[in-house]
Write a protein that binds this ligand. Structure first.
Ligand SMILES: NC(=O)c1ccc[n+]([C@@H]2O[C@H](COP(=O)([O-])OP(=O)(O)OC[C@H]3O[C@@H](n4cnc5c(N)ncnc54)[C@H](O)[C@@H]3O)[C@@H](O)[C@H]2O)c1
Length: 327
């Protein structure tokens, strides 16, 4: 079977990617330092513990598995933390990725799939963001991801590294079989935070900012089901296997939901009240981030069929009720 090196495979999206890769006939090899990941989420292939910055360890793992491609999910990804500790973000996400990319090229592993983010776009008033929208990140997290995109372009030109770059919008939901799910500590993502509040595991959800220029005053985001997202990665891998050119794809649905709309949907799906309070805006948050994903649909044949708000909340709720998040 073909090995794929999955950095961050012990995390939320990486663990779902490992399941999708296994189902597609690949062997996912997780490389993760467990800084925010969980060893028991590595269920679908071998686990190699290591840090992105450890070149000797990376060389060892490339030599052992001879992966056909890298899927690079490993990163720090909290906007608030990136605002207060930018150095950690530049070091981990940029220096770490650079070390990984150099190791991949040295090992002759020239197919690379990278997790980028809509946070690279920054604030663009009321436009649907396509891949050509200028990238003007508002925080060190988005800036670190944009920097890695640039590194990939330079290594493509110099060494023939082929990269599919995915700019995700808000990822939500969980494996419908609840084998893996979302588990960040601390949790900052809206839907799992809301489910914890619904379940009495935290006092309330805070809405950060109710005076944005949106119909109900709260921020608008585009939510994509994690299973649809990882399906796109398998399609991206096949794109590279077919020898197609390096490409950037947005992954979202083109539909925006405000925080209040997500609260309403959660109330309806769980049949429970959502305790919430209203707080001031949080630095680094854009008003509205909605994707144009026409390119991924047309060129990769991607269809985000599971990305209905009710479905994402229902799958996240099923995972939440397994109790895994309580660790
Ligand atoms: N969750 C989202 O909504 C979202 C949106 C846009 C982009 N992304 C990107 O997707 C990727 C995965 O996000 P996630 O939500 O699964 O995060 P996560 O924190 O659950 O997973 C990240 C994994 O990377 C590992 N890791 C971090 N730094 C490492 C290092 N130096 N060496 C080895 N392993 C390291 C962590 O231990 C963790 O298992 C990230 O790159 C993130 O920036 C996520």
């Amino acid at each position: 079977m073909t090995n794929i090196l999955v950095t961050g495979g012990a995390g939320y999206i990486g663990s779902h990617a490992c399941k999708a890769l296994k189902q597609a006939g690949y062997t996912p090899v997780t490389y993760d330092n467990l800084v925010t990941g969980w060893e028991d989420a590595v269920k679908f292939g071998p686990f190699e513990r290591g840090d992105l910055s450890d070149r000797a360890r990376l060389d060892e793992v490339f030599a052992k598995y001879k992966p056909a491609a890298v899927m690079h999910f490993a990163a720090l990804s909290q906007v608030g933390e990136a605002m207060s500790e930018p150095g950690r973000y530049w070091r981990n996400n940029v220096c770490g990725s650079l070390t990984l990319i150099e190791a991949a090229c040295a090992a002759g592993c020239l197919n690379f799939v990278f997790s980028s983010t809509c946070a690279t776009y920054g604030e663009h008033d009321n436009v649907v963001l396509d891949e050509n929208t200028p990238q003007e990140p508002l925080n060190a997290y988005g800036a670190s991801k944009r920097a890695v995109e640039n590194i990939l372009r330079d290594f493509g030109a110099a060494y023939g590294l082929n990269a599919v770059i995915f700019r995700y919008f808000n990822v939500a939901g969980a494996d419908p079989e609840a084998e893996v799910g979302e588990h960040h500590r601390p949790e900052t993502h809206l839907i799992p935070v809301m489910l914890e509040a619904i379940d009495g595991k935290r006092p309330a959800l805070t809405i950060y900012g109710t005076d944005y220029d949106t119909p109900d005053g709260t921020c608008i985001r585009d939510y994509v089901h994690v299973c649809d997202l990882v399906d796109a990665h398998v399609l991206g891998l096949k794109w590279l296997e077919e020898g197609k050119e390096s490409r950037v794809f947005n992954l979202g649905t083109g539909s925006g939901f405000s925080v209040r709309e997500v609260i309403d949907a959660s109330r309806a799906v769980t049949n429970r009240e959502v305790p919430y309070s209203e707080g001031p805006r949080r630095g680094g948050d854009a008003t509205k981030l909605v994707s144009g994903s026409v390119r991924a649909e047309k060129e990769l044949g991607w269809s985000p069929d599971r990305s209905k708000m009710d479905q994402m909340i229902a799958d996240a709720w099923r995972w939440h009720q397994t109790g895994h998040y309580e660790k």
